[in-house]
Design a protein around this ligand. Sequence first.
Ligand SMILES: [Zn+2]
Ligand SMILES: [Zn+2]
Length: 336
Amino acid sequence: MKAVFIDAPHTMRVGEASLPVAGAGEVVVRNQAVGICAGDLYIYQGKNPYARLPAVGGHEIAGRVSEIGAGVTGISVGDFVVVEPFIGCGACYACRVGKPNCCKSLRIIGAHLPGGFAEYVAAPARNIHHVPHGLSPVWASFAEPVAIGVQACRRGQVAADDFVLVLGAGPIGLALIEVARARGARVLCTDISPDRLAIAATLGAETLPSDEHLPPAILAMTDGDGMPVVIEATGNPRAMESTVDLVASGGRIVIVGLVKNGTMIQFPGLDFTRKEMTIVGSRASTGCFPEALSLLASGHIRYPRVAVEHSLWDAPAMFAEMDAQPGKYHKVVLTP
Ligand SMILES: [Zn+2]
Ligand SMILES: [Zn+2]
C-alpha cells in the first residue's frame, strides 16, 4: 500500500509500506480522511521525542473497516468508523484507575505505531467507534480533537451557567468553545490573533484580545470575581501563569496546552490557599469519543467548516508549507 513516511526531520515522502494485517482483537481500516494535528507537525519538525523515524503519522482517522481479526465482535467489514489512537498498557496505576490516556507506557497510533497517513491502518477493536449517520469522513475525523475538548470540560466540570474563559483559539480552543457552549456555558475566548478571534466569535464565544487590558476587563465582566473556569489551550508559559490571576476564588483551572519538556511555570504560592482554586491537567482524552461523535452529529460542533481538504499524497508539500507558514491554515484534513 501507499503510505506517507517521515524519514528524518523535514523529510517526508510517499512510498510503499506493507499492508497491515488484523491480528487477534484487531481490525484494519481503509482510511478516508485523516486530520493534520500539531502533534504531526512536531514529528515532522523532529520535536516529538516518542516518534521513531521513519514514521507514518496521522491519528485523527476516519474510514471504513476492511478486515476483522479473530475474536472481534460488533464490527463488520464496511462499517464507517473512527479510530481512537491511544493504547494504554492496562496494568500501570494510571490504567488501573481508568486513565489510560496517561499510561506510563502509552502508545499512540500515528506516533509510536503506524498511523493514518497511509491507505490502511491497524487498530485494536476496542479503539474503534462507529460514526453516527450524517457525518462525512472529513467531519468524523474531528472526533479526536473534539474528544480533547470533551475531556477538558469534564476535567473542569463545566456545566450550564458556568462562565468559561478559553485561552487560545487554535483548533483545540475552538473545540473547547463549542463543547462548553453545548453544555450551556457562557464562553469568553482570548487570543493574540484577530483572525482566530473572529472565528471564535462565529462559534458564539465572546472575544477579547490577549493583552494587558484582559485582566481588568475580566474583573469588570465578573463583578470583580474573576472567571469561574479558565481553560489554557495555548501552551504559552506566560498564558499558563496568567490563569491563576484570571480565575475566581473557588474556581477551576484546566491546563490543556503543552509546553516544551523542562519549561517551568511559576504561580504565587499563597494563591493556592487564598483562592482555594482547583488546578487540573487534561491530556488527550479517555472515554470521550462517543460524546464527541454525538456532538458532531447533533450540529453542536461547527468549527470543522474551517478545515481545508487536500490529497493525502500531497502531504510532503503540505507539511513543508505548514512548517514554513504557521497559521496559514486553521486546520487541514488529508483524503487519499
Ligand atoms: Zn490530534
Ligand atoms: Zn498503563
